[in-house]
Design a protein around this ligand. Structure first.
Ligand SMILES: Nc1nc(=O)c2c([nH]1)NC[C@@H]1CN(c3ccc(C(=O)N[C@@H](CCC(=O)O)C(=O)O)cc3)C=[N+]21
Length: 301
């Protein structure tokens, strides 16, 4: 069989960001509104600093206002909550992203709950998670699952009715909302996790396989149904033969998957860029709702 198609998330994300930028301009023109995204980083984790920088860059490239807020690693929970309150009250801020993970002395659930659900562009607030689960329109969809669904539809078409989907991982950030989206798209959805009895066998039934567990190359070629679409959310840094050098690998053994699947996302260049593009889309959508402007259809799949 021919090798699978490599799903170019980087290219798709560039296109999506261009569509967002266009709508940002028309929102400015027609409603006099410039969307704004505030990113809050607590502490100095180098990986987080890299993400925060690329989010700020993408925000500005989309024509939106970017607000950076840094708190020291020793900042108290109270200080973070006060900052979130100020951002909630600031009309120039349409989206608030509190970079995770937070330092251990801060209660993540409490911080996320403090964000105005209308400004929760991550879609992590229980109000947005609940709306997604209950099928209530107007929910903000978490960026990574939304981006994954876009890539699946790009390959398989919009209609996913009756497809068997397996999501590996049950996090609130990726696994659970991913399963909800696929369910809403009329897939038959299974969620596998660390206590699943035979993950390989579950995988072999799946037409759509989304791996989001953070275990390097967990999914092997012989776990994959021939012709399946494989979405790899994993971003694992592993050491290489060269001392001190690391390499980024997904949760899927990419080369093996390429021999069996019909389409596979690479790592990097797959899901990661889609996460950022969907963050731009969600920020635009929040600004549209605040201005009473029509919300882009892509934000409500
Ligand atoms: N509140 C919150 N929201 C987030 O969305 C959030 C977060 N916290 N904490 C950290 C994770 C991580 N994350 C990434 C997004 C894009 C890439 C990305 O674009 N990666 C590129 C490059 C990867 C590389 O080379 O390092 C790629 O996959 O091609 C990576 C990681 C968002 N996160």
């Amino acid at each position: 069989m021919a090798e699978a198609r490599i799903i170019d998330g980087k290219q798709f994300a560039l296109g999506l960001r261009a569509r967002v930028a266009k709508k940002v301009w028309s929102l400015k023109r027609d409603f006099g509104v410039t969307p704004g995204l505030a990113v809050v980083l607590v502490g100095e984790d180098p990986a987080s600093q890299v993400y925060v920088r690329s989010k700020g860059k993408a925000t500005q490239e989309a024509g939106m206002a970017s607000f950076d807020h840094r708190l020291p690693a020793e900042a108290t929970e109270q200080q973070l909550l006060e900052l979130i309150e100020r951002l909630n009250a600031d009309p120039a801020v349409n989206g608030i992203l509190v970079q995770l993970p937070l330092p251990k002395h801060i209660d993540t659930a409490r911080a996320l709950a403090a964000i105005d659900p209308a400004k929760d562009v991550d879609g992590f607030h229980v109000v947005n998670a609940g709306k997604l689960a209950a099928g209530i329109p107007g929910a903000t969809i978490p960026c990574t699952p939304l981006g994954c669904l876009m890539l699946v539809r790009d390959v398989m078409g919009r209609n996913l009715r009756g497809r068997r989907a397996l999501v590996i991982g049950r996090s609130n950030i990726v696994g659970k909302p991913m399963a909800q989206l696929l369910l809403q798209a009329d897939c038959t959805v299974t969620i596998a996790h660390s206590r699943t009895v035979d993950i390989a066998e579950e995988c072999r039934r799946a037409d759509i396989l989304v791996a989001a567990v953070g275990r390097p190359e967990l999914v092997r070629g012989d776990w994959i149904k021939p012709g399946a679409v494989v979405i790899d959310v994993g971003m694992n840094r592993v050491s290489t033969a060269e001392p001190g050098k690391t390499r980024l690998v997904g949760d899927v053994a990419f080369e093996e998957a390429m021999q069996v699947a019909s389409a596979v996302t690479p790592v990097p260049g797959g899901v990661g860029p889609m996460t950022i593009a969907c963050l731009m889309l969600n920020t635009l959508a929040s600004a549209c709702r605040a201005a009473g402007a029509p919300v882009p259809a892509e934000a409500a799949p």
